[in-house]
Write a protein that binds this ligand. Sequence first.
Ligand code: ADP
Ligand code: TRP
Length: 314
Amino acid sequence: MNTTNKRLLTGLQPSGDLHIGNYFGALKPYVDTYEQYESFIMVADYHALTSVQNPEILRSNIHNVVRDYLAAGVDPAKCVIFRQSDNQDHTELGWILNCMVTVPFLMQAHAYKDKVANGIEPSAGLFAYPMLQAADIVLYETDFVPAGEDQRQHIEYTREAAGKFNRAYGEVLKEPKEMILDGVGVVPGTDGRKMSKSYKNTIPLFGTPEEVEKAVKSIVTDSASDKPEHVYAIHSLLKSSSELDSLYEENKGHYGDLKKLLVEDLNTFLQPMRERRQQITDEDVRQVLKDGAKRAKEVSNKTLANVRLAIGID
Ligand code: ADP
Ligand code: TRP
């Protein structure tokens, strides 16, 4: 039940299949708390256009992300599930916020710098990405944004842009706070780097038990250490440290056995969500998005009207 009158919003890009890092970093914190707030969850499809430029793949990813939200336990009766591109207010406010910040400021964005360093083409869209995200957040007068550690700076940028707007035009936009949980800020991937769709080092959230097993088997381990640290880090998302410490002590040095235990625990955890996902039809997804678009606009239209009035375009 909404007890606080505060707003919660998060979003995921439909840029590929979700992995357990997305789940524990962003989706689970949302699912665990969203009923206490007036909550929104978005499919950030215009953001995904910075990396997915194949229409069939994008269309299918969008659909899949909505199914993933529903399967992960997000109830459309208790929050607004919507697609960013169904609401033009996002692109409009994104442009306005772009006019509030400077090029040197945007050039310092870690996500932009990392992507360019990894050889991704620096499109103008990728560069302006943080202001589209800022628009996503402030349009709904969001108080809290559950996300992984890598999103901290984007939320700081949102506060910065909203603050700058407010100093220029009066108090119109609310400055949000991040909600980043201890211990799940960065879930490691199978190669020890941050788990990410773009690094191909993921454990899929809705993969088959065999796919989960294959991914876990490929987790890198350091032969000089008794404890396989990445296996342990992922296991600690499912079990308490006291349970794990004795398990890892009993199986000291037996990496294969520890990985087997992790596969079992992951599959036990993921199975109910997999089953729920199979029950969701295309029609369910269409209905959820249709209803979500209407409810999202009712809120964002008001913020945008205030912004337009403030800037003199009303
Ligand atoms: P990816 O890096 O796989 O493309 P996104 O950038 O689409 O993931 O992130 C979607 C959400 O999932 C964000 O809130 C992000 O912080 C969270 N997230 C992504 N990877 C991880 C991770 N390895 N650990 C914790 N949270 C993560
Ligand atoms: N940038 C986020 C990511 O890569 C996705 C996103 C877009 C988002 N708009 C948002 C997250 C608004 C939280 C709030 O994961």
